[in-house]
Design a protein around this ligand. Sequence first.
Ligand SMILES: [Zn+2]
Length: 321
Amino acid sequence: MDETLTDADIIDCGKLSTKQWPGSVTATSTTPEIISEAVRRLNEFYVAVTDDAKTRCIDGRYDPHVDEAHLGPQVPGGAPGAALAWRLGVDEGSIASATFLADAERMIDEFERHGFAPGGHRDTNNAGAPDKVGCGAIDGIDVIVGAMMAHLDDHKRIVSLILGDDFNNRVYREMLGGASLVNFESDRYFAGREKILDILEQRFPGSVATLEGDHAEALVVVNMVPQTTLASNRFAQTFNGVQAFGYDVWRSLEMAKSLLPRNDQERLRQNFVMARVMTTVATLMALTDGSQRLILRMPKQVAEAQPEPNSLQTEEGTVRL
Ligand SMILES: [Zn+2]
């Protein structure tokens, strides 16, 4: 087996929060022993993505039709979920005339043009509901900005943990400003968002999955190892139904490069990635109570270069002794 799949660093960052977030998905019904075992064995459940497999949501529930030998990457809300990040980070048009539905359709166009297979999902619990699709990242998208504002300390801490050295406070504040504007227009901007799944289904038959059962995510895994993704069905089956949210953040970085390819678009790429990570964390705040364990899955650290023997590091550089 390819070593990069099984040999990644698993970094346990503890519980998402000690506060009570507004969402209902809780990890408190799972035992700490099962969670620890799941964390320890996490790499066993990461596989190489298949290029033409449809994009999946971060949702950890059971997908009865997915072929786990051919998985697409996981991002919140699937393809339409990137629309809000584009609106916050890249689009310079006025929010007053924008709608989520139009933004999401345009994002699906971008996916198609750049060869990313679009995808999204519904669930069995909301089958037949008139204005819900069953994807928390789409159904709850009008409240995620409010959730983020209500728990700003947690939000900033987790976003900077995920981005590491790439976290930029100025960009963070700019995106927050954009999010407040969207929040102000929330009712109008997000109206009719559930129709995006019909549009996705019509344009790409078979691209919309229907997930089964209830949420039982005890982990949030932010995966930074390119071209890998979580086999969610096998994970949940192994751990007695305990699920994991999987966010393949490497895909957001890859998308930023494809959608904004010019050398002079670095600022926009940074904005897009910041906004995508910010909306992901906000989605988790709206979906969960904050009790899940946050795990970073990172490429194995190569040992830092040691100073040469018989040399001294000074501000001027290496001085040979
Ligand atoms: Zn979803």
